[in-house]
Design a protein around this ligand. Structure first.
Ligand code: NAD
Length: 295
């Protein structure tokens, strides 16, 4: 896709992190944006940030786990904007817990948002995307859709599946007007830990998070947000990948090196990871892009 001007983009999980900055950057590039999130407060904040751009904005509270609401979304978008050119299936959550201590409720929570939400939204929007001369479907997996760590089994289940689903669709739509992209971010400084669920245990060893962070969820959330790549930069990488029709979009040197590690050593990549994690953390650009709000 050469330009985002005059396009209509739907972004799920637009109340925070990469989804918020996708909306801002797309609006800045002249696209009308439809922002959706389950969190109505943060969604309203994003809507406010978009007021400075001269584009049409629709703000729709939406729980990606609600199949009927997801299926009803395209008609709302068409009624307001007349078409859809881009769908960003960005909303996502995680549960930090080993499989045996994870409740089925938590398991289903992640599956319904991260996987079923992506599949249902894709199914609902495909007929409309296919009508456009130039359209894009952008599904967010993770570097955790390439490699696995302990205490993230449900997240891996969804993100490996989103990758498989999206790579399959990329082949089905190859050579058509619809480009299909799978996004694999490394560590991006967003609110994902704050917006997710973690099982607290008394055992010190158990409290170690898979991301190398320790402490309460609030402490982990602050550390995670403050030490990742700034989400505005991540959103820019995604949009560059869409412009260049990249089917796999890695974000950050950490994601690229973790992918390389699993290619070199498919079963023992975890042993290679500590070698490069510290320099990468120091090199990461944690500042927002110029002329964009910090949050
Ligand atoms: N931050 C990272 O390091 C990282 C790394 C790899 C992949 N990802 C993926 O990137 C995507 C964006 O996450 P982020 O890091 O910007 O996190 P974030 O928590 O800052 O933003 C995610 C947004 O999704 C929304 N959301 C949660 N449940 C929802 C639901 N049921 N329906 C609709 N919206 C819902 C949240 O309210 C939030 O606004 C996710 O799919 C995540 O899994 C993030």
């Amino acid at each position: 896709m050469k330009s985002f001007a005059q396009k209509v983009a739907v972004i799920t999980g637009a109340g925070s992190g990469m989804g918020r900055y996708l909306a801002i950057l797309l609006a800045r590039a002249g696209a009308d944006v439809v922002i959706c999130d389950v969190n109505t407060e943060t969604l309203a904040e994003t809507e406010k940030l978009l007021q400075r751009y001269n584009v049409a904005v629709s703000s729709i509270p939406l729980d990606m786990a609600d199949k009927a609401a997801v299926e009803a979304l395209p008609e709302q978008v068409i009624a307001r904007h007349g078409k859809v050119d881009l769908l960003f299936n960005n909303a996502g959550v995680t549960v930090g817990a080993d499989f045996e201590s994870m409740t089925e409720v938590d398991w289903d929570w992640v599956m319904n948002i991260n996987l079923n939400g992506v599949v249902n939204a894709t199914r609902a929007f495909l007929p409309y995307l296919k009508q456009q001369p130039e359209a894009a479907l952008v599904n967010t997996s993770s570097i955790f859709g390439m490699i696995a760590v302990a205490k993230q089994s449900v997240y891996h289940t969804t993100k490996f599946a989103v990758r498989g689903f999206t790579e399959g669709l990329a082949r089905e739509f190859k050579g058509t007007n619809l480009s299909v992209h799978c996004v694999h971010p490394g560590h991006i400084g967003t609110n994902i830990i704050k917006n997710s669920r973690f099982t607290e245990t008394d055992d010190d060893e158990q409290q170690k998070s898979p991301l190398g962070l320790n402490g309460s969820q609030t402490e982990m959330s602050d550390l995670f947000r403050d030490n990742g790549m700034h989400p505005s930069r991540a959103a820019q990488v995604i949009l560059d990948g869409v412009t260049r029709r990249r089917s796999r979009i890695f974000i950050g040197l950490d994601a690229k090196l973790m992918d390389l590690a699993q290619r070199i050593s498919p079963m023992h990549y975890d042993k290679l990871m500590p070698l490069f994690m510290i320099p990468i953390t120091l090199l990461r650009n944690k500042k927002p892009m110029k002329d964009l709000p910090a949050l």
